[in-house]
Design a protein around this ligand. Sequence first.
Ligand code: PEP
Length: 257
Amino acid sequence: MKRLYFGSNLKMYKNVHDTVCYLKELEALTMDLDRERVELFIMPSFTALAEAKKNVQRIQIGAQNMCWADRGQFTGEISPCMLEELGVGLVMVGHSERRHVFGETDEEVNQKVLAGLRHGMQVLLCVGETADDKKYGISADVLRKQLLVGLHGVSGQDARSIGVAYEPVWSIGVDGIPASPDYAEEMHRVIKDCLKDIFGEASGSIPVLYGGSVNSGNARQLIARESIDGLFVGRAAWQAGQFNRLIRDAVEAKIPG
Ligand code: PEP
C-alpha cells in the first residue's frame, strides 16, 4: 500500500511556546492515523527544535536548513552535528526562500544533501521553477538541473533517505497561485523520470510531494494524482485543526474507504 506524506514548514512564524502548543494539538488530533499509511512531519524554527522533539512522539521533527560543514568559521550557521545532538533526523534543503532570498546555489544545496546523508538523516530536497522559467518553457530543464546537481554523488543506497518536494516558486506564499493538478502531475512525472535516470529502480523509494498554496479546496484533487505522494503545506497547515482536516480529506481522496 502506498504511503502518503504530509508535512509543514513553519518558517519564521512560531516561537517555542506556540510551536509546542501547535504540535501537541496536532499530535492529539492525528493520533489515530495509521503511520504505515500516513507519515507526518513538521519543520519548526531552530530555536524550537529541542522542545519540539521532547513533546511529540508520532510526528517527525525536521530542521528547515543546515550548514554543510560539521564545524568551522560559519558564523550564524547550524551544523548537522548540532541537529544530531538534538536527535533531529530530518532536514529540508533548498527551499525556495533559501534559494531566492538567501541566494543558495544548486552546488551548496548538493553539499547540504551530502552532509545530511553523511549524518544518517533523511533529506527533503526542494526543487521548483520560477514564473520566468515557466514562461520560457524551461520548467523541466530547471527541475532536472536542480535534481542532477542537488543529488550529485548520492548513492543508490542513500536514495532511501531522500524525499523531494516540488514547489514551483510562483505558487508559494501569499501571492502564490496553486499549480493545477494537471500541471503538478506533469512536473512530478518529470521529477520521477529524472530520479529514475539517476538512481534506476532505487528511485521507487523516493516520495515526491507537492507544495505551493495547498489548501482545503485543492488538496484532494492534487493528492489524487498518480505521481503525487504527499503534500507539503505552508499557511493552510499552521492551525492544527485545519491541517488535520486537510490531511484526512486528502487521505480519503487517495485511499478511498
Ligand atoms: C512553502 O513555503 O513551502 C509553502 C508551501 O507555503 P504555502 O503553502 O503557504 O504556499
